[in-house]
Design a binder for this molecule. Sequence first.
Ligand SMILES: *Cc1c(COP(=O)(O)O)cnc(C)c1O
Length: 390
Amino acid sequence: MDIIADRVKQIPPYVFADFQRKKQEMVAKGADVIDLGIGAPDLPAPSSMIEKLSKEAKKTANHRYSSFQGCKEFREAVAAFYKKQYDAEIDPETEVLTLIGSKEGLVQLMQTVINPGEGVLVPNPGYPAYRTAVRLVNGVVYDLPLDASCNYRPKLDELSEQAKQAKLLLLNYPSNPTAATVSVDVFEAAIAFGRKNNTFIAHDSAYNLIQFGNYKAPSILQVDGAKELAVEFGTLSKNFNMAGWRIGYVVGNKKVIQALAALKSNMDTSQFLPIQKAAAKALNSDLSNPRENSRIYEERMHVLYDALHRLGLEAEKPRGTIFLWVKVPGHYTSSAFADLLLEQAHIIVTPGHFFGSAGEGFIRIALTVPLDRIQTVIARLENVKGMENV
Ligand SMILES: *Cc1c(COP(=O)(O)O)cnc(C)c1O
């Protein structure tokens, strides 16, 4: 008997496993490996959130189950955040749902809206969980090709007639892995496309508060009527350095949110109340914590960007996220270049094809180590042999 279901057997192997094995071998030999591969913040969660969590954890009432759709305090904080940040009206009773992290919510969205054989437009390159989530429900992945020629904005007009029939369009700005950012006109175009082609839209705003300079990342809910055909996912993981806390939300279209809530009520019972209450406090705050995080990432980004530029490595200077998306030099493939950096410089980066075929020819560098380590990275890059034939 083969105990494992086909749907799980078909999950593509985790591309990074091989790399992690090489890293372990090097670390075992005493190498000082610097990991710029993992897309998770290195900075601490705000101390005020930790205090709120401990305070709430001491209350017996908070040890009960949360309501399925999440506690009122958190849903109201999300609605207030949307009003303050985007001037968007959200009904905390029907248009917000607490998630145990947005990854879980995105995967469950596919189960909520996609029947077998129905199509989903997935960014390529894009966050790998999207693709897997579509396959797990036997949906059909249609590539939404993104490239430098259009600043990684979707070319919706150029899609094939078949791809335009997709039931769902996934977007993610500021973007992982490309660090691309957009203005609200991209969302206006997406909503117009959705109306015309009867396509629903899900926007993943995981990096919405990691923004540099004067740039302010828009929300799709700023577009008039967006709630008729869109939802937006958000998370405290990156903005507030709370990745392990597992707290996120989805806002927007009532019908989809209520259906997702119905599905979830059969799978989980929302997040631990003290975590929801601490997250509510974070969203209700003056947002100085994400601003300070952005300042730190921006400083790291500038230092590394300038050094890459000196070394002849091409990248777009990002206006947000925790990543640099760097063109691989010369004749290297993404994998070969990542291998070169690991072997010669003991630096781990993510090969671009990990995020889809269109990521080939790029690497993603996460800005998730302190500035002194970035300086070490730069010193090591300067000594890498084989990069000169750019
Ligand atoms: C990190 C990340 C997520 C997942 O965040 P969680 O809320 O921690 O599950 C979702 N989307 C993108 C693009 C991410 O980079």
